[in-house]
Design a binder for this molecule. Structure first.
Ligand code: AMP
Ligand code: MG
Length: 323
């Protein structure tokens, strides 16, 4: 019935017994999360999905290749999962994490663990014990210290359609290309890369909320290092107290040409695994200073780049400048 923060390979989770509606409603309270935004339930063995959902052959193809791992699959729910846990939907999101502490914790609980990211709703997901503790200490019964999360962005979410194809609702480490390599068809939901129109109903309720945002406004710049420097020098309305997430090989150049800028190194251009690992940590680090604006480069929309793109356009509230 209590709440336990635990590490996974993606981000820290805020867990409770998935079958206990009082416990899972306390998750929403601890996070300040709207109650129509359903929770992912975590199992320690892919076969445990039978207890909570109506599985199919597509689920087992995905499980065989990608579980345990950072992939969440949406399936029709069984009544063992209370409506509170699944935000009132008739489907349930299932994931089998590979982090050994997460696996052991779920196994010892002997029940599925419902867990969203262990951050206050809206802020970047915690990828280290330090940030999980900062958000959740005093709101939960226990916090397990598992050091830094391996990947650093939340799991890929796919919904299994009636025809056996998949709709990707959230991109992550398991890419469209990875899933297509086992012969399944993947459609990327529009909201992964676009702004949701006012009248559009979100397939995944979480997609409609502002997300991952640090305190200072984030602006994404789409251009070369020269264009980025020129833009900041000539067009930026604020001239002091600026931060930038910059690719490693471009950071010296930026520091040389712009005074009064704090540069946060963001992996080399093209090294999306390192960028994914650093993104939420760097966004949270910026909260320690009182920046007037944070600039960051716009990622590519393929491979793991798509996961970065999806998180960064939300952190920036879709504020993108094409140079
Ligand atoms: P988080 O728990 O913070 O990683 O967010 C979980 C995401 O999974 C949210 O965007 C939810 O909207 C989404 N999700 C959970 N359950 C379902 C479901 N049954 N159908 C669609 N999306 C879901
Ligand atoms: Mg979250």
């Amino acid at each position: 019935g209590g709440l336990v923060v635990f590490p996974t390979e993606t981000v820290y989770g805020l867990g409770a017994d998935a079958t206990n509606p009082e416990a899972t409603s306390n998750i929403y309270k601890a996070k300040g999360r709207p109650s129509d935004n359903p929770l992912i339930i975590h199992i320690s063995d892919p076969k445990d999905a039978e207890e909570y959902s109506f599985t199919n052959s597509t689920y087992y193809s995905l499980a065989e290749r990608f579980m345990p791992g950072p992939l969440t699959v949406i399936l029709p729910s069984k009544d063992t999962v209370p409506l509170t846990t699944r935000g009132g939907l008739d489907t349930v999101a299932i994931r089998c994490p590979e982090n050994p502490i997460a696996k052991e914790f779920i196994k010892l609980c002997n029940v599925a663990i419902a867990a969203p990211s262990a951050n206050i709703s809206g802020s970047p997901s915690p990828t280290s014990f330090e940030y999980a503790y900062a958000d959740m200490n005093g709101r939960v019964d226990a916090i397990i210290d598992g050091g830094d999360c391996d990947f650093g962005l939340e799991s890929t979410i796919v919904k299994v359609n009636d025809d056996g194809s998949l709709t990707m609702l959230r991109p992550g480490k398991i890419t469209k290309e990875d899933i297509e390599s086992i012969g399944l068809k993947v459609i990327i939901a529009d909201a992964v890369i676009d702004t949701l129109k006012d009248d559009e109903k979100a397939i995944s309720p979480g997609m409609k909320y502002k997300h991952y945002a640090p305190i200072a406004p984030v602006v994404l710049l789409d251009g070369t290092k020269e264009q980025i420097v020129n833009y900041i020098r000539e067009n930026s309305s604020v001239k002091t107290n600026i931060a930038i997430l910059a690719y490693k090989e471009e950071s010296e150049y930026i520091k040389r040409l712009i005074n009064d800028i704090d540069v946060y190194e963001f992996g080399t251009r093209g090294d999306e695994t390192t960028q994914a690992h650093l993104l939420f940590k760097l966004l949270r680090d910026t909260d320690k200073k009182n920046y007037s604006v944070i600039y960051a480069p716009l990622p590519q929309k393929s491979g793991i780049g798509l996961a970065l793109y999806n998180r960064m356009i939300r952190a920036a509230a879709h504020n993108i400048i094409r140079l």
